[in-house]
Design a binder for this molecule. Sequence first.
Ligand code: ZN
Length: 465
Amino acid sequence: MLIRFCGAAGEVTGSCHYVEAGGLRFIMDCGLFQGGDDQFERNTAPFPFDPKLLDLVLLSHAHIDHIGRLPLLVGSGFEKRILATHPTVDLCQILLRDSAHIQEEDAAWKIKRLRKRGEDASWVKPLYTQADAEKALSLLEGVDYNTDAPLNENVTVRWSDAGHILGSAHLELSLKEKGVVRKLVFSGDVGNRGTPILRDPTLIAEADVVLVESTYGNRLHEHLERRAELFRQILTQTLDRGGKVIIPSFAVGRTQEILYELNPLAENGLLDSTPVYVDSPMAVSATEVFEKHPEDYDADAAALMRSGDNPPEFPGLHLIRDVEESKALNNSNEPCIIISANGMCTAGRIKHHLKHNIGNKRNTILFVGFQGQGTLGRLIKDGAKQVRIFGEMHTVRAQVAAIDGFSAHADRDGLLWWLNGFRRPPQRVFMVHGEDDVAHSFAQLVAEQKGWQTSVPKLGEEVEV
Ligand code: ZN
């Protein structure tokens, strides 16, 4: 089989792996590159394969860094099937439409800014439009978990729960070539064990070739109890000094988890009736998708649902879809908690909240997720004194805090636990979806601990295995 690493190689975004095997040409994921001044150019660059010759696309989960280039793929002539689990298909409807909307909005902002300065804006185009997203969505087909789906006479694929977000999966491919059957496993993004609502990642017993993510391959997360304590401390300190807590958060999964943590604080009076705003139409829609798929909940969440309790609801919680309501938050001085997307501050309403709140030392910007290199979120998290938002420089006077334990990704030990599921050593293990130094240190650790042949592919690298 031939594998070409077309994204998330030495970095955490743009997940895309091209495979030729068993008489098929396909890609696993088709994600957006996020962060860096050249992100627009990287996303619009031609794919390192011919989209017209692809037989199909397989998706691991609905995060935009795994699906966000699908409209561009379709725009380049791909018109076959895109397969994913049912919840992933449902989430793609929300996320791809939202992504297209953000692209259109960003382009409109840029045009407005250039015209204000009397400059030419005729060259500004959105990365893709709503119409492009709709074309991609029309090719999506839902599949069941834990069922072998034949792709042709030589290849079958199975999606097993990765416990990362609703619908997330590891892909297990069985590929027959020259009479020999071999197994390719792509981890997708591996979740944390014990995350509320979601099931734990699935252990897979057999593989010849493994592509494993390595986002947190050199880190250990804060313990769940320590995480809750830190969270409470940061909130109360900020609210006590009359500030706002701004939480950049992924709309799908993370926002629901933050609400799950806020619920007992609010119900026990620890938030002192402070309003909590979820300012993201997508988060509201995502919650509806969660409610549609209780069959994919873990045992605890399923039991809660049956008893009629809905954890993401508590006094003081306001869900905001409307733009005017969102804007009204900018003019308010009351202490509050604002959760808004996107999680790495590269686009969306969170940028407006940062613009209006980052200059006030009473406020706290609280990061609860991974910040990719070159993103606005990463700059702030790393302590930048000044940052550019919507083309204007802003001095960072707000406190900046981070809690890594909320990550939807397994940490180093979680990834090792998952790899330990393989009962015999895979022939090759490729560390993908990790920043270069992190992926290398994880590759070295696995090679030392288990004696497996590990490597970190470079972007565009091709291997015959
Ligand atoms: Zn993900």
